[in-house]
Design a protein around this ligand. Structure first.
Ligand code: LAG
Ligand code: CA
Length: 464
């Protein structure tokens, strides 16, 4: 708290005004993020300028940028061989250019930092061509830098195993050792020198919170950490508040229940209330990430209309800091998108009609959800309602409506049938424009409007 107050005071002094935008050490609730899964650096940079910045996104989460094992699967990037910023997603120069292109479009870059482990295979070849052996990375780490047990995590309620044993047989770094901490801080500082805003800390729950504090202490004070701590009980997740924000993994599950169950939408506010969620100010909400869309815990693009409703709800909610997701369709959970003959990840090609969800996507086709006009509209809507809390939630049989005081109102048809909804708002009478479709909505003197909604669609209006 004290630290936060200090940061705020410094900010106020620096900016000389109270409407401080995102403070330097974090992201605010009005900022919207986007995970770009398996996008190469050149494609990210171009998209930042062409669509991501103009749509109002504030930050993007990109793939791990370091040298990695040379295998075709997407998850090769989660097995670092060295901290050279060189991968099949692009070179160091391309990475730096992407960061500056995004910045010039008003978009901050968060890099995925894989720092809990190195490789999970005995030996092999790195992307850069060098040979490697597990537990030995000359000039970087030797055997002593890894936890000695070398056993896979077997008991998922034993904190010692979770943090000191091997996740998926990946060589587990002894993050309590000075050499390891310094090498990690060195790598992160290198990425900061290229202009990144902060890091997603991969497998954060497998790194003791104290070690992350030490690593963070080796970085500029305003560096942002978004920590991946899946699972509820071990370790105590709130230990990680000290180093940054966390994802709320119950959120994708709540979204899936609400929007893929024909009548589930109306119960969503009740379910949210009865779920023990993390502190709203420390939390990033997501409809899915690359893991949950594969595990079945989240809605994926096999039901793109449902996924769109979940994006709309997540942007409309006053809980958390929303992160959208943009990946590719897949039949096989391991398969990477198109690779060039030399192994590099090919440039992203979005669907021809990328402004709407599609009923079907071809295998390995990039889905480009961030271009959906509903998401763009809802980012603007979120800005318009500001911090006004949710009020007046009502729902019946798969329909849901809620307001943000007198600032805005959302109505969602979560069912498979068209419906006509009459919605009570707290908004002044007048004609409003639906942020999603652009159609006109008239609020009467009684504060009500009536709207015809196709299956799995929504409307959202806000005051000016
Ligand atoms: C994460 N967060 O904590 C990533 O979000 C998640 O995608 C990573 O797993 C995981 N932690 C480790 O960084 C991914 C794939 C795994 C893959 C792993 C390492 O989901 O499937 O494991 O990256 O590349 C693969 C094989 C395993 C094997 C392991 C080691 O699937 O069977 O044990 O490699 O060779
Ligand atoms: Ca560990």
């Amino acid at each position: 708290m004290k630290k936060l107050a200090l940061v705020l005071i410094t900010l106020l002094a620096l900016t000389g005004c109270s409407a401080a935008p995102a403070n330097n050490s974090g992201i605010s609730k009005n900022e919207v993020g986007l995970q770009l899964f398996m996008w190469n650096w050149e494609s990210v940079g171009k998209e930042c300028k062409a669509n991501i910045g103009p749509a109002g996104f504030d930050w993007v989460l990109v793939m791990p940028p370091q040298n990695h094992i040379a295998v075709p699967q997407w998850w090769s990037h989660y097995q670092p061989v060295s901290y050279e910023i060189e991968s099949r997603l692009g070179t160091r120069e391309q990475f730096a250019k992407m960061v500056s292109d995004c910045k010039s479009a008003g978009v901050k870059v968060i890099a995925d930092a894989v720092i809990n482990h190195m490789v999970g295979i005995r030996s092999g070849t790195a992307w850069t061509g060098e040979k490697f052996v597990k537990y030995s990375h000359p000039g970087l780490y030797n055997t002593d830098d890894f936890h000695p047990g070398r056993l896979p995590i077997g008991n998922w309620s034993d904190q010692n195993q979770i943090q000191n044993y091997e996740l998926l047989s990946l060589s587990d770094l002894a993050t309590e050792r000075n050499n390891v901490r310094q090498k990690i801080s060195g790598y992160l500082n290198d990425l900061l020198s290229l202009g990144v805003f902060g890091f997603r800390i991969d497998a954060a729950r497998h790194i003791p919170a104290a070690d992350l504090q030490w690593i963070k202490a080796g970085l500029p004070a305003n560096t942002y950490f978004l920590q991946e701590v899946a699972g509820d009980e071990h370790p105590d997740i709130t230990q990680y508040y000290a180093t940054g924000d966390l994802w709320e993994f119950d959120w994708p599950r709540l979204m899936k229940k609400a929007f893929t169950n024909n009548l589930g939408a109306s119960n969503l506010p009740k379910r949210i209330k009865s779920t023990n969620l993390l502190d709203s100010d420390k939390t990033v909400t997501m409809v899915t990430n690359h893991d949950t869309e594969r595990s079945g815990e989240a809605i994926n693009t096999s039901d793109a209309m449902a996924q769109q409703l979940a994006f709309i709800y997540t942007l409309a909610s006053d809980y958390g800091k929303p992160m959208m997701y943009s990946g590719y369709a897949f039949d096989d959970r391991d398969e990477a998108p198109a690779l060039l003959p030399d192994g590099r990840v090919a440039d992203v090609v979005c669907p021809t009609n990328s402004s709407e969800p599609q009923t079907t996507y071809e295998n390995l086709q990039f889905t480009c959800q961030h271009r959906w006009k509903a998401i763009k509209g809802m980012i603007a809507w979120r800005d318009a309602v500001g911090n006004t809390p949710i009020t007046e939630s009502t729902g019946r049989a798969g329909l849901l409506s809620f307001g943000r005081g007198d600032r805005g109102q959302v109505a969602i048809n979560g069912t498979d049938k068209p419906v006509e909804m009459t919605v009570q708002t707290k908004m002044p009478a007048g004609t409003y424009t639906d942020a999603i479709s652009g159609k006109q909505i008239v609020v009467g003197n009684d504060g009500k409007f009536t709207v015809a909604l196709e299956p799995k669609t929504a409307v959202a209006i806000s005051g000016n």
